[in-house]
Write a protein that binds this ligand. Structure first.
Ligand SMILES: [Zn+2]
Length: 147
């Protein structure tokens, strides 16, 4: 089952997200607020997402098949976010918001933003830097301080 729980996210990333969200509230109290839309997702769910882009390229959200995303390992090595407007409760996908959030959380050099990817920009996506799904598949751990 796909999850949006921080408990299903690698604790290092969960802590980084909590800190960045707190900083966001201080820095941008009037802007839409970030929330996590996904942490872990199964290989089956990943394949379904992938197929969505094969069927209709306009709906493409990923290049990754099941097992080829850092979301497909447990606890998840990546998470996705969106923003919600506090006044009207509407979802907000403004690129500017993702850029601002990336600026905060990517001060941590161990974290990368999918908006910086070259082959397929994934603005809602954040995960470990210099760490690939192949590493996760081999059971290799990210090279980060222990939390
Ligand atoms: Zn993602």
């Amino acid at each position: 089952m796909a999850s949006r729980r921080l408990e299903d996210l690698h604790p290092y990333l969960a802590n980084a997200y909590r800190r960045a969200a707190a900083e966001w509230d201080m820095a941008y109290p009037l802007l839409s607020k970030p929330f996590v839309t996904q942490t872990y997702r199964s290989n089956e769910e990943q394949n379904a997402l992938y197929q969505q882009g094969v069927i209709d390229p306009k709906k493409k959200v990923t290049n990754a098949k099941g097992g080829q995303s850092l979301h497909n390992y447990y606890p998840s090595y990546a998470f996705d976010i969106a923003f919600v407007d506090g006044k009207n409760g509407k979802l907000d996908w403004s690129l500017d918001l993702f850029k601002k959030f990336a600026k905060i959380i990517c001060r941590d050099q161990n974290i990368e933003w999918g908006g910086n990817w070259k082959s397929f920009k994934d603005n809602p996506h954040f995960g470990f830097k210099n760490y690939k799904w192949q590493d996760a598949a081999m059971g290799k751990q990210p090279n980060i301080p222990v939390v």
